[in-house]
Design a protein around this ligand. Structure first.
Ligand SMILES: NC(=O)c1ccc[n+]([C@@H]2O[C@H](COP(=O)([O-])OP(=O)(O)OC[C@H]3O[C@@H](n4cnc5c(N)ncnc54)[C@H](OP(=O)(O)O)[C@@H]3O)[C@@H](O)[C@H]2O)c1
Length: 220
């Protein structure tokens, strides 16, 4: 099958479109014919070697954590899916494997793709959506009526964070650049701070949660 792989760490030129062996699935996995793969910062961080401690120095490495596609084979122990299902999923293990014609997907992390979503839309959801959900709900313990600031509200994680914070009925302030002000408002943000004009850390408003996807400010 065709896949996008790297044989060394480096700039985008190290990405190669090559023939590699199709993955063999385990008993708890699905073999998925990939229709779309999401692109996230973790992919270029791995490509550049920034996560070398975790990804090691064995090549080739196949990238891509977010995948959507059609189930073409199921493992012996899989009961929740059948051949022909349209699914989307996060591929949990480093370095991924979604940039390929076929991917081995853990049945546990897969979900049926809603009919009103395209494959491209579905592949954009898993890792960014989960990061926002885990940050706000699980770590932030977000509650109705709170004041929430989302730094990077226009980014991959931030767009989910703004919408999820509104689902939890909080008052949302999003931080982004001038070109994205109307966009984050359309996602439901009550207030917007343009980081090219104002430093949100100098704001006098107090927040119950600061969800920082940019991490360009000190914690204090
Ligand atoms: N995507 C994921 O699934 C995921 C999962 C876990 C962790 N992360 C990590 O979370 C971080 C953000 O990921 P992402 O996917 O949301 O990235 P992204 O889509 O590239 O979004 C970056 C955000 O940062 C804002 N930004 C850029 N420069 C800024 C500055 N100087 N000051 C303030 N804001 C600035 C951008 O605003 P404008 O576009 O309006 O300029 C945008 O909202 C990355 O470090 C990534 O590794 C991401």
């Amino acid at each position: 099958m065709k896949a996008v792989i790297i044989n060394r760490y480096g700039s985008p030129e190290v990405l190669q479109y090559e023939d590699i062996e199709q993955p063999k699935i385990k008993s708890d996995q699905l073999l998925v014919k990939v229709h779309a793969a999401g692109v996230n910062p973790i992919d270029w961080k791995i490509r550049k070697g920034m996560l070398k401690l975790l990804t090691g120095n064995k090549f080739p490495l196949q990238l891509g954590f977010d995948v959507s596609g059609e189930v073409v084979e199921i493992g012996d122990k899989v009961t929740d899916f059948k051949k022909g299902d349209s699914i989307y999923s996060y591929l949990g293990n480093l370095p991924g494997g979604a940039y390929a014609e076929y991917a081995a997907v853990p049945a546990q992390t897969a979900a049926l793709k809603p009919n009103n979503m395209t494959y491209e839309q579905a592949a954009a959801v898993p890792i960014a959506g989960l990061t926002a959900l885990q940050g706000l709900r699980d770590l932030g313990k977000i509650k109705r009526g709170q004041k929430v600031l989302i730094n990077g509200g226009s980014g991959g994680v931030g767009t989910f964070a703004v919408q999820l914070a509104k689902v939890f009925e909080t008052a949302v302030t999003a931080v982004c650049s001038t070109k994205n002000i109307e966009f984050v408002k359309s996602l439901g943000s009550d207030r917007v701070i343009d980081y090219t004009q104002q430093d949100f850390t100098q704001d006098t408003v107090k927040y119950d949660i600061v969800f920082d996807t940019v991490a360009n400010q000190s914690l204090s």
